[in-house]
Ligand binder design. Structure first.
Ligand code: IPE
Ligand code: IPE
Ligand code: MG
Length: 253
């Protein structure tokens, strides 16, 4: 297939293959109710369940959720430890249901700073679901887009040195870097709740040509209706990938 034909096909997709979500607004949701911020994070777990089942029903192939950024360590200690406890709890409590629904779970991000027991919980959950062929669910914890790119290059270097080769910069190309990222698939649709129009160091590389849908809805209020609106927005966009609209619509070149 020619490059333009590939872009035309991508433009015709009505259901995005890879959806990434910046799940923002938990703290404000809690504040509005006069509660501590962790209350909002806990309420957000239900929105995660809604998002995952909607993605399964719609036939979305990959869903990547931003749960904790590499910069979120800057938050107050009690919020950070509350969040870590919540991830650890949710991982164990949700994994069986995910497995029953053929979801393959992957935690992306730098896990080198996590406790041994947390790392074990993560790898047990990943192992249990690794052969599932339904939705691929990536949960980003201690994830940063810049870290992901640097880490990919480090992996490439390590593989070369394992093979006894010295580093050759000419081997670097987009495909090789993509393949070594935590989540190699390009994002088709990025959703951000909570109204902020920024990327906050999420999947920098993979977002190169994704459509962006920002909703003012706070994450604990996110539901199937908001997700559906985002998917409809995606379907209505003309994706051009640097080409002209005429090329994408199959008109004059
Ligand atoms: C997103 O909600 C969750 C995390 C970053 C862990 P926030 O906690 O950022 O909520 P707001 O933006 O303060 O409302
Ligand atoms: C982005 O939200 C990270 C997650 C949703 C996990 P933040 O609330 O941390 O983003 P900023 O700080 O407002 O950019
Ligand atoms: Mg926020």
């Amino acid at each position: 297939m020619s490059e333009i034909a590939e872009f035309q096909q991508l433009n015709r997709q009505t259901v995005p293959n890879h959806v990434a979500i910046i799940m923002d607004g938990n703290g404000r949701w809690a504040n509005l109710r006069g509660k501590p911020r962790i209350f909002g994070h806990r309420a957000g777990v239900e929105s995660v369940r809604r998002a995952v089942s909607f993605a399964c029903e719609k036939g979305i192939r990959v869903l990547t959720l931003f749960a904790f950024s590499s910069e979120n360590w800057r938050r107050p200690k009690d919020e950070v430890s509350g969040l870590m406890d919540l991830f650890s709890w949710a991982l164990t409590s949700e994994v069986k249901k995910l497995h029953r629904n053929q979801v393959k779970l992957k935690v992306i991000g730098d896990r080198s700073v996590f406790s041994e027991s947390f790392v074990k919980r993560i790898s047990d959950a990943e192992k249990l679901t690794e052969n599932n062929d339904g939705l691929l669910l990536n949960v980003a914890v201690n994830y940063g887009g810049r870290w992901d790119i640097i880490n990919a290059v480090k992996r490439i270097c390590a593989e070369m040195s394992d093979k006894g080769e010295s580093f050759d910069a000419d081997v670097l190309n987009e495909q090789l870097v993509s393949e070594h990222l935590e989540a190699p698939q390009d994002v088709d649709l990025l959703i951000r709740t909570g109204g902020e129009k920024r990327i906050s160091n999420f999947l920098l590389w993979q977002l190169a040509y994704s459509e962006m849908y920002v909703s003012d809805v706070l994450w604990p209020d996110f539901n199937e209706e908001v997700f559906q609106r985002a998917v409809e927005y995606f379907a209505s966009r003309e994706r051009r990938f640097g080409c002209t609209g005429e090329q994408i619509r199959g008109g004059k070149r």
